[in-house]
Design a protein around this ligand. Structure first.
Ligand SMILES: *Cc1c(COP(=O)(O)O)cnc(C)c1O
Length: 411
C-alpha cells in the first residue's frame, strides 16, 4: 500500500504541542477548496483526539491502554500521547515495534490471546514488553518458553463473556470459560509477578450493564481460583455516536465499572481499560469525491475495500456533509443516497442511507465523519485504489458523542 503523504496547505509542524498546533491547522473546506482532492483524503483532528484521550484518561478509574489496531496512524498516536495516553494495547509484533519506536517510555501490553512465538520473543527481549494475555494453557507455555521463564512477567487471563448488546460480538473467537479461567489463573499465578483477568464485552457496546455482568463473572472466576489478582482489565467496547445511535454517556460506563469493581473486594488490584473506538472515532473523517450520480446512488472514490469497510456489510451509517467550494450553495432539501465504491466488485456497496442535498452531482465532495476508528487502517490496495491523502485539520467532529464535547471544546 503506498500512502501519498499529502501536505498541501498543511505545514508539518511536528514539534509543537497539539493544542498550539491546532490553531495553525486549516479547516477541511479550505483544504478541499485549495487542493481539490481527486483521491480519498483522510482528515485528522489532533485536538479532538487529544481531547477524547484527556477525557477518558481523566475520568476512568484506572489505567487506559489504547487499542492500537483501531487506528495506528502515527499522527493519531502522537495526539493520544499529547492527551495523556501512556499505555498501549498491542496485538502484533508490528504494533509493538511502531509504538516502541515512537514512544521509548510507553508501557506496551501484548493483549492478543494467540501470538506467534517470534512475536512473543521479540516483544519481550527487544521492546521491554512484560504483560501478555492468554486464554489457554498452550499459550501460557508458549509465553514461558519464548521468554525463558522470565521472572518479571505480567500474565492476564482473558475470559469469554456472554453475548451482550455490542454491535460487534467478540465472544466467539477468544476467551476461556469460567472453569478454564480459574485453572489458568492458578497456573499463571505461579509464573507471574503481576496476574490479571480480562474480557472484552464486544465493540460499540450500548449497555453499561454489560460491564457489570462481565465483572461479576470475573469475580466468581477469581473466587474459584482462590489466588491474588493484581489487575482487572475491562477491555474495550466503549461506544460513540452514529447518525442513528446515541449511546449512554461515557460516565455511565465508568460508574458501572467502578461499582462492579468495588463489589469484587480487591482493594489491592488495579483497573485497566482498552478503549479503541471511543478514543479515536471522532478524530478523523474522510473526504470523497462523487464520480457519477445515478438516481439515488452515488459512485464515490472510496469504498468497502478502502476506509469505508464498516459502511458495507456491517451497515454502519456515518454522518456526511456535502462540500462544494466556490459554487452556488447546494439545495437545503435532503434526500437519502446509497454509495458505490470505486472497485469493480459488486460487494463494494454502502447502503446507508446517507442524507445529502437533493442536487448533489458529479464533482462534489462529501465529508464522511466518525472514521477515526476502523477506517483508514482497513484500507487495501484492491483494484489499484491504493492512494490516500492525509491532512491535519482543526474542525470539530461531524458528530459529537455525549460526554466528549466539553473536553474537546477546551482542547
Ligand atoms: C479491538 C480490541 C479492543 C478495542 O475495542 P473497541 O471496541 O474499539 O474499544 C480492545 N481490546 C481488545 C483485546 C481488542 O481486540
Amino acid at each position: 500500500m503506498s500512502q501519498t503523504r499529502f501536505r498541501g496547505a498543511v505545514a508539518p509542524l511536528r514539534r509543537r504541542p497539539a493544542a498550539e498546533r491546532a490553531l495553525t491547522l486549516p479547516r477541511v473546506d479550505e483544504v478541499v477548496a485549495t487542493d481539490r482532492p481527486s483521491e480519498p483524503m483522510h482528515c485528522l483532528r489532533p485536538a479532538t483526539l487529544a481531547g477524547a484521550a484527556r477525557r477518558f484518561v481523566g475520568s476512568f478509574p484506572g489505567d487506559v491502554l489504547y487499542a492500537v489496531k483501531c487506528n495506528p496512524e502515527p499522527s493519531v498516536l502522537r495526539a493520544l500521547w499529547a492527551g495523556g495516553v501512556r499505555h498501549f494495547d498491542c496485538a502484533s509484533a508490528g504494533e509493538v515495534r511502531l509504538v516502541r519506536q515512537m514512544f521509548p517510555k510507553a508501557q506496551i501490553h501484548f493483549m492478543h490471546p494467540v501470538k506467534s512465538r517470534a512475536a512473543i520473543a521479540e516483544a519481550y527481549s527487544r521492546h521491554g514488553v512484560r504483560d501478555f494475555v492468554l486464554d489457554s494453557l498452550e499459550e501460557l507455555h508458549k509465553i514461558l518458553q519464548e521468554t525463558n521463564h522470565a521472572a518479571d512477567l505480567g500474565l492476564v487471563v482473558r475470559l469469554a463473556t456472554p453475548k451482550g448488546s455490542a454491535v460487534y460480538d467478540l465472544s466467539g473467537k477468544f476467551g476461556a470459560t469460567a472453569a478454564e479461567g480459574a485453572m489458568l489463573l492458578r497456573e499463571a499465578r505461579r509464573h507471574a509477578v503481576k496476574l490479571g483477568v480480562s474480557f472484552h464485552v464486544g465493540s460499540q457496546c450500548l449497555e453499561p450493564a454489560a460491564y457489570s455482568r462481565a465483572l461479576e463473572l470475573a469475580g466468581s472466576v477469581i473466587r474459584d481460583a482462590d489466588v491474588v489478582v493484581d489487575v482487572v482489565d475491562v477491555g474495550g467496547g466503549f461506544p460513540v455516536s452514529y447518525p442513528d445511535v446515541t449511546p449512554p454517556p461515557l460516565g455511565d460506563y465508568f460508574t458501572a465499572i467502578a461499582d462492579g469493581f468495588a463489589k469484587l473486594g480487591l482493594p489491592q488490584a488495579r483497573l485497566w481499560a482498552e478503549p479503541g473506538r471511543a478514543l479515536v472515532a471522532g478524530g478523523a473523517s474522510v473526504v470523497v469525491q462523487v464520480e457519477m450520480r445515478r438516481g439515488d446512488a452515488l459512485y464515490v472514490n472510496d469504498g468497502v475495500y478502502g476506509s469505508l469497510s464498516d459502511a458495507g456489510v456491517p451497515g454502519f451509517r456515518f454522518p456526511v456533509r456535502l462540500i462544494r467550494p466556490g459554487q452556488p450553495q447546494p439545495s437545503d432539501a435532503l434526500q437519502e443516497f446509497s454509495f458505490f465504491g470505486p472497485s469493480c466488485d459488486s460487494a463494494d456497496y454502502m447502503r446507508g442511507p446517507f442524507l445529502l442535498p437533493e442536487d448533489i452531482r458529479e464533482g462534489d465532495w462529501i465529508e464522511i465523519g466518525q472514521l477515526g476508528a476502523y477506517g483508514g487502517c482497513l484500507r487495501t490496495a484492491f483494484n489499484g485504489f491504493d492512494r490516500v491523502l492525509l491532512a491535519e485539520v482543526h474542525d470539530a467532529p461531524l458528530l459529537e458523542t455525549p460526554g466528549y464535547a466539553e473536553e474537546v471544546a477546551a482542547a
